[in-house]
Design a protein around this ligand. Structure first.
Ligand SMILES: [Cu+2]
Length: 475
């Protein structure tokens, strides 16, 4: 690690007392408002009362489609500087990297090096950077979320992307425990696209691409709005019969997107940056906070179709149906291209030797700390789970609460073996939804990197209030 004066470690900045204090706050809110809904509502309320943004995003739309600026690697190197600062007039976002909400899309290849210099001009809180889904070292100035950047200071990150990294859709966001929800909700987020072999699969190659960075809800003119690339209800143009590749990223701090396109089937090809072995034809796809899916969409008959999020959630997490985008199919028809017959088969872990089986229990408690994993709230000074390098483990994720919790682990992807006891179609993910009072069995290969990182609930209101644990992989 470079001897840089701006370095800050969570371990030195957060005391047990502060973490316990956060738990007390959570108890008060959840006791008053019932579970996580109280926390989510209170977070949204922070933006109410402020002057409404003046951009076109407040209109019901459909509004013009736009995507974030793209920063691409050149000759194996992507070298970028990110300035995090408040931008009260920028769309629905209140915070931004380099003035755009969402931040620039980072596009590079497996084997590349990504250098990112983060400057904190947030005028208050500490911040840092997490590259969600990237299989890179958690140590030093790589994907090390124990590193903090103080207000007015900078930190130089460097990520060495393995040659065999999966091509796909990933993302970045701050991971400052206690303030992650506010910073991500504020607009500090963006997409990462890794380019590679998957893009050359027959039936995918050369398809027109769209990136959907899904955010919200945000309060605009007293209304709760959801956005795509910072735009409320953008217009998506397609020709009849045309196939488009959509990269869908749930960058919301707390909300789910239960996606469906009227009159169309979503042909899923990837989960969380990992290819599926074959196309999955689905009428709706639930993506929790932090999750990504890639789908192929084939335009139907000319007309206007609503891309929406269907009603979802139990009593404390209930979300009504809402419009995500409006798809307009017009122009000269195209001959529909055949869907890919075969995608990419990743290693199947169902027969491998399991070095260790663990039970990871997600709990909501009546007394502080309210949100815990295996009875403990996050403490950066405690290693909750120690794993041997070059082993594969089976984790049984259990949820004893009435709320859904999206489980996410840094650095490593896992194979999902079953949900509530039902075997699942083959998929590798880095985030998986843990249903209320449910269970998910996963297998995680720890093959390449030693060091300390975290696993947690990706509802950031829950994570900020303790639902996170420390894992260390050792030789
Ligand atoms: Cu949770």
């Amino acid at each position: 690690m470079a001897a840089d004066g701006s370095r800050r470690h969570v371990g030195g900045r957060f005391t047990r007392r502060q973490v316990a204090g956060a738990g007390v706050a959570a108890l008060g809110l959840s006791a008053l408002a019932g579970g996580s809904r109280g926390l989510i509502r209170s977070a949204h309320a922070q933006s109410e009362g402020e002057p409404p943004p003046t951009s076109a995003t407040t209109s019901a739309g459909p509004n013009p489609w736009r995507e974030p600026p793209v920063l691409m690697s050149v000759d194996g190197l992507l070298d970028v500087e990110f300035d995090a600062r408040p931008v009260p007039s920028e769309g629905v976002g209140k915070l931004a990297y380099n003035g755009t909400n969402p931040g620039p899309t980072l596009r590079f290849r497996a084997g590349d090096t990504v250098r990112l210099k983060l400057t904190n001009n947030l005028e208050g809180p500490m911040t840092n950077m997490h590259v969600h889904g990237l299989h890179v070292s958690p140590e030093g100035n790589s994907d090390n979320i124990f590193q903090m950047v103080d207000n007015g200071e900078s930190f130089q990150y460097e990520y060495r992307i393995p040659e065999n990294h999966q091509a796909g859709t990933y993302w970045y966001h701050p991971h400052h425990h206690g303030d992650a929800q506010a910073q991500v909700n504020g607009g500090l987020t963006g997409a990462i696209v890794i380019v590679g072999a998957f893009d050359n699969v027959e039936g995918i190659e050369a398809l027109p691409e769209r990136l959907f960075v899904l955010q919200g809800p945000d309060s605009v003119n007293g209304e709760q709005v959801y956005t795509v690339n910072g735009v409320v209800n953008p217009a998506v143009a397609m020709r009849p019969g045309q196939t488009q590749r959509w990269r869908l990223l749930n960058a919301s701090a707390n909300a789910y997107f239960n996606l469906a396109l009227d009159g169309h089937t979503l042909q899923q090809i990837a989960t969380d940056g990992n290819p599926l072995p074959t196309v999955q034809s689905l009428d709706q796809i639930l993506i929790g906070p932090g999750e990504r899916v890639e789908v192929l969409v084939q335009g139907g008959d000319p007309g206007s179709y609503t891309f929406k999020s269907l009603e979802w959630g139990g009593p404390a997490q209930h979300q009504p149906s809402f419009t995500v985008a409006t798809v307009t199919i017009a122009g000269s028809p195209m001959e529909p291209q055949p869907l890919p017959e075969k995608l990419i088969q990743l290693p199947d872990l169902s027969q491998v030797e399991i070095a260790q089986q663990r039970e990871i229990i997600f709990q909501e408690n009546m007394i502080a700390p309210v949100f815990t994993i295996n009875g403990a709230a996050f403490d950066p000074d405690v290693v909750n789970t120690t794993v041997k390098l070059r082993t594969t483990e089976e984790w049984i994720l259990r949820n004893t609460s009435p709320d859904a919790h999206p489980f996410h682990i840094h650095v490593e992807d896992f194979q999902v073996m079953s949900i509530n006891g039902d075997p699942r179609p083959f998929s590798y993910q880095d985030t998986v939804n843990l249903p209320p009072h449910g269970s998910v069995v996963i297998r995680i290969p720890f093959l390449d990197f030693t060091g300390k990182f975290v696993y947690h609930c990706h509802i950031l209101a829950h994570e900020d209030f303790g639902m996170m644990s420390v894992i260390e992989v050792v030789e």
